[in-house]
Design a protein around this ligand. Structure first.
Ligand SMILES: Cc1cc2nc3c(=O)[nH]c(=O)nc-3n(C[C@H](O)[C@H](O)[C@H](O)COP(=O)(O)O)c2cc1C
Ligand code: SF4
Length: 437
C-alpha cells in the first residue's frame, strides 16, 4: 500500500492492521537533544544521510551542484551532514562524476567544508559535524563510464545481472592490503580538507560491503568471520592512526544484506536478519575507535526496496514498503540495544513522509537510535531539520514522495537531486526523458 495517508491515526491504524511495529510520538522536542561524540558537540539529533549527487568534476572535486547541495543542507540545520560516497582511488569511482579526494584537489574540498560551515554557523548558530564517506565502488566501479568491476567474490545472481564471467578474477589479497593504506591516506587528506569524521563505508554491495559477505572467497580476506571482517577492521585501524584523535571514526554499515546467506552479511539460514556477526563487528569496531555508525541494509542495485522503501520504483516490491521501513528501524534499534556505547544514525524514514517526524521522535525517545537520518527527504527539502526543530513537523507539500526519479538520474550518470521539489532537477529529468525517447 502506498503512503497516501492523510492523518497520523490513519497510518497508525494501517500499521497495526498490517502487524507492523512502528511507534509514533508527538514529543518532537526530543530532536533538540545534543550529543557529544568523541569531544564534538552535535547540536541536535538529526542527520542528512549520504547521497551521491553524481555532479563532481572529472578530477573528482566538488562541482557547482555539489556545492549547491551541501550549502542547502548546511542552511537546513541538521546536526550531522554525512557527505556522500567519495572514492579513495580513481579506479574505485562509480562514475567519472563521483567525488574522488586526492592530493591534487584537497584544497577544493577544503573550500567546500569552509563554505558549508559558514551559513550553518550564521543561520543556525552551530556547525554541523561533517562526515566524509570513504569508499571503493567495487563491482559497481565505472571510473570512465563503462563497467570496470572489482569483485571481492563471485555471486552468481549479481555476476549474471552484470555479465561477469565465472572466471573473472577476484581482487587479490595484496591489492586489498594496499587499498587499506589508500583509505588511511585519503583520511589524512580528508582531515586536511576539514572533515570532522571519517566513514569507512561497508555497505550496499560496494567493495567493503561485498567483502563482509565473501564467505566463498579464499585467502586472508574471505571465508570465516575473521577473514571477511579483516578489511574493514584493518582500514578503520589504519585510518585511526592516520588522523588526529579529535577526528571521529565512523562507518556506514550494512547490518543485513538480504541475499542468500553464503553471499551476504547479517543473513541467517532462513534469509532473515541474523545480527550475531554484525553485533560482534560493531563491538570490535568500537574497540578500534569507531564511535558513529549509520545503519543501512540491502543492495540498492539488486533489491532497492530493502535499502530505500519506495512507492514508485524499478519494480513492484515483494512486500509493502512499510515492512521495509520497519526492518530498517528495527535493525537500528537492535544494534543500539546490543551496543549502546556506539552512536547510531537510523535510516529509512523518508517513505513515512511527514509522519517520519513522529516515528523518529519515538525511536529517539525509546533509545532505538541516537540520530534520525534522512536521505531522499533531504533532497526534497534540505531544510527539513529546521522545519522539525522549529515547528515539530515537515509540511506535506515539502516531503519526498519516494518516486525514485533522483536515483534514475544518478544511475544515468546525471546530477541527482529532487525532480519533484527542485526545478533544477526537474529540468534535468525532462531532458533525460527527451534524450531517451
Ligand atoms: C540518489 C541516492 C544516492 C545515494 N547515495 C548514497 C551514498 O553515496 N552513500 C550511502 O551510504 N548511501 C547512499 N544512499 C542511500 C541513503 O543514504 C539512504 O540510506 C536511503 O536513501 C534510505 O533513506 P531514506 O528513506 O531517508 O531515503 C543514496 C540514496 C539515494 C536515493
Ligand atoms: S525525486 Fe524527489 S520525491 Fe522522488 S524519490 Fe527523489 S527525493 Fe523523493
Amino acid at each position: 500500500m502506498k503512503n497516501s495517508f492523510k492523518t497520523l491515526d490513519e497510518i497508525k491504524k494501517y500499521c497495526s492492521e498490517a502487524g507492523v511495529d512502528i511507534g509514533f510520538s508527538g514529543n518532537t522536542e526530543i530532536y533538540r537533544k545534543s550529543h557529544v561524540i568523541n569531544g564534538f558537540t552535535v547540536n541536535n539529533s538529526l542527520a542528512v544521510l549520504p547521497m551521491e549527487g553524481a555532479d563532481a568534476l572529472e578530477d573528482g572535486s566538488p562541482g557547482e551542484l555539489t556545492r549547491r547541495r551541501y550549502l542547502s543542507f548546511a542552511r537546513g540545520g541538521a546536526g550531522i551532514i554525512w557527505f556522500e560516497a567519495v572514492a579513495v582511488v580513481p579506479e574505485g569511482r562509480a562514475s567519472m562524476y563521483q567525488l574522488h579526494l586526492n592530493k591534487g584537489n584537497v584544497d577544493a574540498f577544503r573550500r567546500l567544508t569552509d563554505e558549508v560551515r559558514e551559513p550553518a554557523l550564521k543561520q543556525n548558530g552551530h556547525a554541523p559535524m561533517l562526515v566524509i564517506q570513504l569508499t571503493h565502488s567495487g563491482r559497481y566501479s565505472k571510473p570512465d563510464g563503462v563497467p570496470r568491476p572489482v569483485i571481492a567474490a563471485h555471486n552468481p545472481v549479481l555476476d549474471e545481472k552484470y555479465g561477469i564471467a565465472p572466471d573473472y578474477p577476484v581482487v587479490t589479497d595484496e591489492a586489498l592490503e594496499a587499498l587499506e593504506d589508500r583509505f588511511a591516506e585519503t583520511a589524512r587528506l580528508a582531515q586536511q580538507a576539514g572533515f570532522d569524521a571519517m566513514d569507512v563505508k561497508a555497505s550496499h554491495g560496494y567493495l567493503l560491503g561485498e567483502l563482509l559477505g565473501a564467505h566463498t572467497r579464499e585467502g586472508r580476506y574471505g571465508g570465516g568471520y575473521e577473514g571477511r571482517t579483516r578489511f574493514i577492521k584493518n582500514a578503520a585501524e589504519k585510518v585511526r592512526q592516520a588522523v588526529d584523535a579529535r577526528v571521529t571514526l565512523a562507518s556506514r554499515l550494512s547490518l543485513y544484506d538480504a541475499m542468500e546467506p553464503q553471499y551476504g552479511f547479517g543473513v541467517g539460514p532462513d534469509g532473515q536478519p541474523d545480527l550475531a556477526e554484525p553485533v560482534r563487528l560493531l563491538r570490535e569496531l568500537y574497540n578500534i575507535g569507531v564511535r558513529l555508525v549509520a545503519v543501512t541494509a540491502g543492495n540498492p542495485y539488486l533489491i532497492p526496496h530493502v535499502n530505500r522503501p519506495y512507492d514508485n520504483g524499478p519494480y513492484v516490491p515483494p512486500e509493502p514498503p512499510v515492512k521495509g521501513v520497519e526492518r530498517l528501524l528495527t535493525l537500528a534499534a537492535r544494534a543500539k540495544a546490543e551496543v549502546p556505547e556506539m552512536a547510531f544514525v537510523g535510516a529509512g524514514y523518508s517513505w513515512l513522509k511527514s509522519f517520519a517526524v513522529q516515528a523518529g521522535a519515538y525511536a529517539l525517545e525509546n533509545g532505538h537510535a541516537d540520530f534520525i537520518g534522512f536521505g531522499r527527504q533531504a533532497f526534497a527539502n534540505p531544510g527539513f531539520a529546521n522545519d522539525i526543530l522549529e515547528t515539530g513537523k515537515i509540511a506535506p507539500g515539502k516531503t519526498c514522495i519516494t518516486c525514485t526519479k533522483c536515483v534514475e538520474l544518478m544511475r544515468s550518470m546525471l546530477p541527482a537531486g529532487c525532480v519533484v521539489r527542485d526545478k533544477t532537477y526537474a529540468r534535468l529529468y525532462q531532458q533525460h526523458i527527451k534524450n531517451n525517447a
